[in-house]
Design a protein around this ligand. Structure first.
Ligand code: S3P
Length: 440
């Protein structure tokens, strides 16, 4: 229930390392646990959501250790026990607030020869699960969920079964759903084919390829045959999370006189739409080749951001899906852009950790922004400034961090209530922000 107070900053200057990617870190725990021998993961993200994934696999008999390095990063060691190595947990697996852990782990558990129970915190307990139970049931899974108005919600009781491959045409644009089906497909008899509407983040496909699963990708189609074993790559590195770096990138763009280098930031092509959109709005963001590794299994590089004036843009539905996690901070950017920015068809924002259309309209409205929602569209007209106010995270990490950046840009003082949720994805956020922000 932490309250964070921020005042207008002068500029952002210096350099920082983006925290490790949360999506990749969670997948690293799950896929390494199923590998045929130990895996070492460098630059693992130690945060609440990743701890939920670790605890779940520990409860199923996997030995997992986390070590801090002198550089304050974390190394994850996972003693994979093979595809048949998981044991029935002695208790329900508490997944807390982590939608990714819940939806991905369900795919794995659906194929085990034991029963599992997945429980969640109040926020995740009201997020829809039919999007995963539907395809899993089509593969032969037996899952009982809490049902309300024809939707399914946690807790999930999963009775492990022998699964069969499916041909699945995705009705939602969701990497979590795709990943859930692909992880179930590892165990399912036959060849599973998944077809997407747009290419959502492909971290599961990349990691399954790294573990020699025989997965193949052709445009929007992914194909995977039942896997005999997942071969440990021995070790791999997780780059920085662009969704976390996004807060600093927008802050540095909007505070005049800023100059920031963000090191080792993940530049997976399915995750870089924030940069594309900001550049279109006039942002000055440069990818620095030196010291980068754009060819790794998850490409990364250093980037430099210098302050710039922004103009409005229209983010269409497909593009909104590509940068769904960055839309809250893009709302903040739009408040300082000339003209009217439209974010269209962002219905998925309604079912994140909170309703992010509501949270951003309410909070930025309190700070004097010209922002409104029409159905699932956001319409924001830049007014050139915001004023400090008392705002709320609504228990949502990305709303909290977006509002802290808004507070650095606004006149007077901004109070962001209920901010401990930041630990979900970025426990070091305030520490890094203080290091790079010049207040006087
Ligand atoms: C994620 C996918 C996205 C994203 C979430 C992480 C993932 O969710 O919003 O923060 O790791 O696969 P959806 O699949 O629901 O779009």
């Amino acid at each position: 229930m932490k309250t964070i107070k921020v005042r207008k900053a002068i500029k952002i200057k210096g350099e920082c390392i983006a925290p490790a990617d949360k999506s990749v870190s969670q997948r690293a725990v799950m896929i390494s646990s199923l590998a045929n021998s130990p895996v070492r993961v460098d630059n693992f993200l130690d945060c609440d959501d990743c701890r939920r994934a670790i605890n779940a696999f520990r409860a199923m008999g996997i030995k997992i250790t986390l070590k801090k390095t002198a550089a304050n990063t974390s190394i994850l060691y996972v003693q994979g026990r093979g595809l048949k190595g998981l044991k029935k947990a002695k208790h329900a697996l508490y997944i807390g607030n982590s939608g990714t852990t819940m939806r991905l782990i369900a795919g794995i558990l659906a194929a085990q020869d034991f029963k599992s129970v997945l429980t969640a915190d109040p926020s995740l307990s009201v997020r829809p699960m039919k999007r995963i139970t539907g395809p899993l049931k089509a593969m032969g899974a037996q899952i009982k969920a809490r049902i309300k108005a024809k939707q399914e919600y946690p807790p999930l009781v999963i009775f492990g079964k022998d699964l069969s491959a499916i041909k699945y045409s995705m009705p939602v644009k969701s990497a979590q759903v795709k990943s859930c089906v692909l992880l179930a497909a590892i165990f399912a008899k036959g060849t599973t084919r998944v077809k997407e509407q747009i290419k959502t983040r492909d971290h599961t496909e990349r990691m399954l390829r790294l573990f020699k699963s025989g997965i193949s990708v052709n445009g929007l189609s992914v194909k995977i045959k039942q896997v005999k074993e997942l071969k440990s790559p021995v070790n791999f590195f997780i780059p920085g999370d662009i969704s976390s770096a996004a807060f600093f990138i927008v802050g540095a763009t909007l505070l005049s006189g800023s100059r920031l280098k963000v090191k080792k930031i993940g530049l997976n092509p399915t995750r870089i739409y924030l940069l594309k959109i900001l550049k279109r709005m006039g942002a000055k963001i440069e990818i620095l080749k030196k010291g980068s590794n754009l060819k790794s299994f998850e490409p990364y590089a250093d980037i430099r951001v210098v302050s710039a004036s922004l103009k409005s843009t229209t983010i269409k539905e497909t593009e909104a899906a590509y940068c769904i996690d960055e839309l809250p901070i893009l709302c903040v950017a739009a408040c300082f852009a000339t003209g009217t920015t439209k974010i269209l068809g962002a219905s998925e924002l309604r079912i994140k950790e909170t309703d992010r259309i509501y949270s951003m309209v309410t909070n930025l409205g309190k700070m004097g922004a010209d922002i409104k929602s029409e159905d699932n569209n956001l319409i924001i007209t830049g007014t050139g400034g915001l004023h400090g106010a008392q705002v709320e995270s609504f228990g949502d990490h990305r709303t909290a961090m977006s509002m802290i950046i808004a507070g650095l840009l606004a006149s007077g003082e901004t109070t962001v209530k209920n901010s401990s949720c930041i630990n979900k994805s970025f426990p070091e956020f305030m520490k890094i922000l203080k290091n790079i922000t010049k207040l006087t």
